[in-house]
Write a protein that binds this ligand. Structure first.
Ligand code: EPU
Length: 340
């Protein structure tokens, strides 16, 4: 049996803490419940939104449809040998909690992705990345249900079209497929990933400490806490925009005008420019208009200081986009999922 509630407030279910009333709302504990849901009238006749941890979502107003919240939380071993383990993890498991569990079991690889809010399902959908690691590199496959046929499908990692903060689940299959679980492969050998310059700097500062995955985990947690605002005190959804990727021409024009512009070469001739830098340079760091503002320590994060609706947050974001475009000729793309 599944319960579908009506007129449910989503305020406590999104980290931006904006008010939004969902016409229908349901929580799904397992695959059988999901199949029953597909047959209901409320599901078939409504717009749908699949909610994970609500940490990357901005509701602009009330949602005139059904919000499906996956709360399935199983984790099991599929394989466990001397070198690696494969875990099957359900979509509703909290991401950070999962990272902690893997480390406690001496399974390594996810430590650079510590403290990212949200659920496993959300993490896969947008291929989370931080401090030199990306989730896609640990995924074996992703299972879920095609909502039109009601059939379960397993996608191998190679078929998931993973890219920078994107996947097939966020593009071609958006609204058509619900992720229910995924298999992840983790290593037993405690190699550490120090490819992110900031992390490398910390490790170099204390040469007498030999960095193991637990140490990296702790440093990433500290780094995030020092840079990103507390979600409870300052409701936000992490980076509001993606870091833009520009061609050589734009990069050299920018570099001529601003020799200090940071950039990371992504592939030949394409450069990722930190959106945070562009926004700060445009004068928006720590700037507040009414009840919305950017974080004083990181301008890529937009904070809700008490807006009436999410629309106010979006209006503020648009001002930033316009200004950055006018100053640098670069368009910032939303990283946060906008729901109206
Ligand atoms: N910077 C500034 N001013 C700012 C903020 C950043 O100049 O106000 C510049 C600095 O040069 C800094 C560089 O931007 O060195 C990069 O900043 P940071 O290391 O904080 O990373 P980011 O590019 O802003 C990305 C992810 C984060 C992730 C960090 C760490 C995106 C959109 N964001 O941010 O992910 O935690 O790298 O790897 O790719 C998220 O997706 O919500 C998120 C927080």
């Amino acid at each position: 049996m599944i319960k579908i509630l009506e007129n449910v407030s989503l305020k406590e279910k999104n980290t931006f803490a904006v008010e939004s009333i969902a016409k229908y709302y349901t929580e799904i504990l397992n695959e059988n419940q999901l199949l029953s849901l597909l047959e209901t009238n409320a599901f078939q006749s409504s717009r749908k939104y699949f909610l994970g941890g609500g940490s990357n979502t901005l509701f602009l107003g009330d949602f005139d449809g059904i919000v499906i919240h996956l709360v399935n939380k199983g984790i099991k071993f599929i394989e466990n040998n001397k070198y690696f383990a494969i875990l099957d993890v359900e979509a509703g498991v909290g991401w950070h909690n999962f990272v902690e569990i893997t480390l406690r079991n001496k399974l390594f690889g996810l430590e650079n992705l510590a403290l990212i809010p949200g659920t496993v399902g959300g993490a896969i959908t947008q291929n989370i990345g931080a401090y030199g690691a990306e989730l896609k590199d640990f995924i074996v496959d992703v299972r879920g249900v095609d909502i039109r046929s009601g059939r379960f499908i397993t996608f191998q990692a190679n078929d998931c079209k993973f890219g920078y903060r994107t996947s097939i689940f966020k593009s071609d299959l958006k609204g058509k497929f619900i992720i229910t679980s995924s298999k992840l492969k983790l290593q037993k050998k405690p190699n550490v990933n120090l490819s992110y310059p900031e992390l490398r700097k910390i490790v170099k500062k204390f040469p007498f400490i030999k960095p193991d995955p637990k140490y990296i985990f702790e440093q990433v947690v500290k780094l995030r806490q020092s840079k990103l605002p507390d979600l409870i005190k300052y409701p936000n959804a992490g980076s509001f925009f993606k870091n833009p990727i520009v061609n050589e021409g734009i990069y050299s024009r920018l570099k001529k005008e601003f020799p200090d512009v940071p950039a990371f070469e992504v592939t030949n001739g394409l450069y990722k420019i930190p959106a945070g830098w562009l926004i700060e340079k445009a004068g928006w760091k720590g700037k507040r208009i009414g009840n919305v503002g950017t974080y004083e320590k990181h301008s890529l994060v937009i904070i809700n200081y008490g807006v009436k609706t999410g629309l106010e947050v979006l209006d503020f974001a648009k001002l930033i986009q316009k200004d950055v475009y006018e100053k640098f000729g670069i368009s910032l793309e939303n990283e946060v999922e906008i729901v109206n």
